[in-house]
Design a protein around this ligand. Sequence first.
Ligand SMILES: [Zn+2]
Ligand SMILES: [Zn+2]
Length: 167
Amino acid sequence: MGKRYYCDFCDRSFADTGVNRKNHFKGVQHQRLKKQHYDSFRDPATILSDDSGKMPCKRFHAGQCDYGDSCKFSHMTQERRQQLQSMVAHQQAEKKRKLHEQLAEPSLDEWLEKRQKRLRKEQTPGAQEVSDVTYELPPFLNRPNLPPSLLPPASEELKNKPQCEWG
Ligand SMILES: [Zn+2]
Ligand SMILES: [Zn+2]
């Protein structure tokens, strides 16, 4: 019993001889699956732009082209192109959405939640009850990136303010 070669792309194995391997790697089926595998890691926009410079392969579209991957003409089917185009459109929409999210100001709920957390932290057992004074921003100032001088002091800061001795 000789060794067997297992091809990951094709999910099949065959007797491992030089000739068998060579024939297998040349096979259209193997090349198609291999390309498909690597294409799945490539950016669809890149695939499309690579392909846009190629003339359609007459042989391929007439049935079969033996050049497979190494063909200098395009083997892109209409179906595949549409699939890629919709992938690109989807990616762009996703990018836009993310950008929009980043630009969006934190909602009032988020702000309140943060504040609530801060307050809870102060109420750890054993913490000295100093005062429950909290400073709240007027609603029109409730926005991110305020200059520090406009930020209300956290009551934590008020409680923990250094004991200055002026001399
Ligand atoms: Zn294979
Ligand atoms: Zn071709």
